[in-house]
Design a protein around this ligand. Sequence first.
Ligand SMILES: C[S@@+](CC[C@H](N)C(=O)[O-])C[C@H]1O[C@@H](n2cnc3c(N)ncnc32)[C@H](O)[C@@H]1O
Length: 349
Amino acid sequence: MKIPSYSSIPIEVFLKEAGESLLPWFKRGEEMLGLKRYPLKKLAREVARLSEALIRGRAGAYMEEEWALRAYFAFYFPQGYLRTYFVLREMGGLLEEDFSVSTINDLGSGPGASLLAARDAFPRATLKGFERSGRAARFAEELGNLPVLKADFTRANIRGDVALAVSSLSEVGEVLKVVRRLWRTHRCLVVIEPGWSRGYSMIMELSRELGPPILPCGGYRCRLGRGDWCHGALPFRLPDLTLRLNSLLRHKLRFLKFTYGVFCRDSSLSGWGVRLRSPLIEEKGKSYYLACSQGRPIRLEFLRRSWKSIPRAFCCDLVRFRGQEVSPGTFRVEEFRVITSEVLKEDQD
Ligand SMILES: C[S@@+](CC[C@H](N)C(=O)[O-])C[C@H]1O[C@@H](n2cnc3c(N)ncnc32)[C@H](O)[C@@H]1O
């Protein structure tokens, strides 16, 4: 796993920690599936085939087949783990002090990436996975002793604090009908999808139904337009096998992108800032981040002379700043602090 020992980008510190939690599980899964001896090019072809199915929201149908489980684990499992771990750690760090999670139901747990991340993010919670594919459920149980029930989550009678759905609601036909039922039986609904417009449209649809998500938007209504949505894009730090597969794919991933929505009833945030929507953009004479403040798109500009001292932040970091609004929506920044990493660290202390 290529994760720098220290970097000035705060998100890297988080990714290093997340990578360390993931690595033992990934190594164990690699051994269980014989991936070290499996021809890399053949595996890359299987990943490409599975990607097509994922884009069409039909990957679940293949999870019973050995090749699909192998391809999913090698390429998508680390991504699912890191996305879920980021969102749940952020949720644990930002929701008000007395918010405690005692049960998490992972809907469509597949080979166990999201369920493992939930266990690592909330070690004291009671977890349950619901998965349609017996093969994927058995793999998750064997990999990490994870409690997975072979069941269709759209029909099962499920109750708890948090309903977690990572890349699984996009496989469901009548999403709103399923979500309404989950909302009646849970305090929070956490939906994470890969960074694609279909995922964003789904989060927007859920916002209209349940109210604006508490994360990533602080409970504010999103005023961004289609194609310019606020979602996470973490630097691509993944296990070596996943990186080697990525280098063989026609459509290579450059960032670990995702769209998410944390909907919680009767909960508020213990702190808030401004959410970045881009990495630092450097253009002639100016440097800026695109950001989102209370649902409103804004721009945080830095003067050339302060460039060296700009703290490097990443798309989806939460920051606080002080500065003048020099034109509508554009702020000239005087002070700037990245708070995501502070929150993630505090949460763990
Ligand atoms: C793309 S995988 C995601 C797995 C895991 N959440 C992760 O983050 O890696 C989606 C999984 O949801 C499962 N799934 C889809 N619809 C389901 C349903 N109605 N009931 C149970 N499982 C379902 C599929 O079988 C598949 O394993």
